[in-house]
Design a protein around this ligand. Structure first.
Ligand SMILES: C[S@@+](CC[C@H](N)C(=O)[O-])C[C@H]1O[C@@H](n2cnc3c(N)ncnc32)[C@H](O)[C@@H]1O
Length: 243
């Protein structure tokens, strides 16, 4: 998990795109074995949602207090704000937060989730992590810590809505080959972002499977419900187990 962002490659890319300077440039997500997947910054600013995103958005009741962690340029936070919710977006990328504000997100805060400490009476109905952002937990210990932190941010009847990639899927051999010979949880990767010659710092990322998510949630007194699944992609809602 990274707490401090030294090179804001993402903010640079999203600013470029917002100012219409991106001209087809892609954000490369580089893994430490050289594997590259590309992401179009235009997708981060678009108002089109995939079926999985639609599934995640559909569980959110309107007039709610929502915290969107890793909000990027505000794609989901702005949509939820327009639907009548009270939304706060936070992101470690200062450049992304500036764009989210320019695009109309009223409450956009440049901070890491680890440094975000709202007051006791400012709990949320929903904490959302779109775009696989739960991966910032970095490893299993981080996953336990972040879920515990998210629980503390929720109202009693609140819930966390997140998505990830189940690396165990047999068709997911880009992860399985990478992990061959490594010990420990197999969803761990080391990544960095590159955009137009700028290279970010390496950071740890975790792809989680639904079973480990359920076990960790249960240990925290929470339930995990799968709300979308297609191939290796899944989304889940995690909420307090009320007696
Ligand atoms: C995969 S992107 C998803 C962006 C956005 N939610 C979306 O779906 O378009 C992950 C986001 O999390 C942010 N991020 C990474 N670590 C963070 C942290 N510790 N606290 C807050 N945001 C963080 C990144 O800057 C990035 O914007």
């Amino acid at each position: 998990m990274f707490k401090k962002l030294e090179k804001d490659v993402l903010g640079f890319a999203l600013t470029d795109c917002f100012l219409k300077r991106s001209d087809g440039f892609l954000i490369n997500i580089v893994r430490d074995d050289g594997h590259i997947s590309a992401s179009n910054p235009e997708d981060w600013l678009s108002n089109k949602f995939s079926d999985m995103e639609k599934g995640m958005l559909s569980v959110i009741k309107t007039h709610s207090r929502i915290l969107d962690i890793g909000c990027g340029a505000g794609k989901h936070a702005i949509y939820l704000q327009e639907k009548g919710n009270n939304v706060t977006g936070i992101d470690i990328s200062g450049g992304s937060i500036k764009i989210a504000k320019k695009r109309g997100l009223a409450k956009a805060v440049n901070t890491s989730i680890w440094d975000f400490h709202p007051k006791e009476d400012e709990r949320y109905d929903y904490v959302t992590l779109f775009g696989y952002t739960i991966g910032l937990a970095g490893n299993i210990k981080g996953l336990k810590q972040i879920l515990s932190k998210l629980k503390s941010l929720l109202k009693t009847k609140g819930s966390v809505v997140l998505n990830s990639v189940d690396w165990r899927n047999p068709k997911e051999n880009i992860h399985q080959n990478y992990q061959k010979g490594k010990i420990g949880y197999k969803g761990l990767v080391k990544l960095r972002l590159e955009y137009r010659g700028k290279k970010g710092n390496w950071f740890d990322w975790i792809w989680i499977d639904p079973d480990i998510l359920e076990v960790i949630s249960k240990n925290l007194g929470m339930k995990c419900r799968i709300i979308y699944i297609k191939g290796r992609f899944f989304a889940a809602q995690i909420y307090n187990e009320l007696k």
